[in-house]
Design a protein around this ligand. Sequence first.
Ligand code: AMP
Ligand code: TRP
Length: 328
Amino acid sequence: MIKKRVFSGIQPTGNIHLGNYLGAVKNWVDSQDEFDNIFCIVNSHAITIKQDPALLRAKTYELAAVLLACGIDMKKSKLFIQSEVDEHAALAWILDCNIPMGDMSRMTQFKDKSQKNPKNINIGLFNYPALMAADILLYQTDFVPVGEDQKQHLELTRDVAERFNRDYGETFKIPEPMIPKMGARIMGLDDPTKKMSKSEGKPNHGIALLDTPDEILKKFKKATTDSENLVRFNPEQIGIFNLLTIYQIFTGHSQEVIEAEFEGKGYGIFKVAVAEAVIEGLKPIQERYAKLTKEQGYLEEVLSHGASEVRKIAQKTYKEVKERVGLI
Ligand code: AMP
Ligand code: TRP
């Protein structure tokens, strides 16, 4: 039986954090057996915000190592760097010519990011979703496992694919988002009204996957909560709800069991328990990461093998698209 294809991407900026892991990467790893998987480090998306070139390069390899340490298995999945496959940018251009200005102008991530970077509101930042659509459509993707924040971009991807198929004939598979029931939107520890994000510079905002146990404990102890002093899954207690979600995913316990565990106990005890569960859960990832960084040449080999495998698929789709639109 032919497996359905999964494609997803992650930017090599800042530090990969608990939101990325619980909203996306953990699900990539957990469903690897079921699907034909392609995972992409989207460095071309990263330059929509000004990057230091040497740091971007270093972060790209660091992220590749973290993803392998999280359990991406080269026997089951392909991992590659976006800029190594030219067809991504090339297809984005053809899609650009088929996306109405009005559709693109509705993207909320552009609005958020341009508010955060008022001095560098560039065309690439505006156009970011077209490149993302190209990433997905090049591989005739069935499912795209992402966090909640990418839902709107997925809708735009589906719209442009449907429009293209209608105007030029059946060319692209229409992809479906795969958004987890739990962890699709992990919030910042310092401010649970904002999603945990790589670009938020505040020290107690996010937990990076490579944070030390001490850092993790300290950040959870400082997490913003409320004055109810009740550990229960009440969505209105946004800070506690966020910590409970994290605890539930790491322990695998049911809501009832967790609420009973902390009945009558204060937030101090609860926060330490969450920190310990996260420290324990990240330990094997951090150990594998440390080993991987010692194996010189291994990462380059994995990534160049990944790129050469996926390039064949990308070239096939791109050639067909060019013919469809009359580009010789
Ligand atoms: P990015 O860091 O923007 O490259 O995101 C990579 C993946 O992580 C995407 O699938 C996002 O939807 C997901 N993601 C990012 N932030 C969060 C968050 N706070 N909670 C859940 N998922 C997230
Ligand atoms: N835009 C996504 C994010 O910021 C990253 C991304 C780029 C992506 N291309 C993709 C995700 C293709 C899924 C599929 O999180």
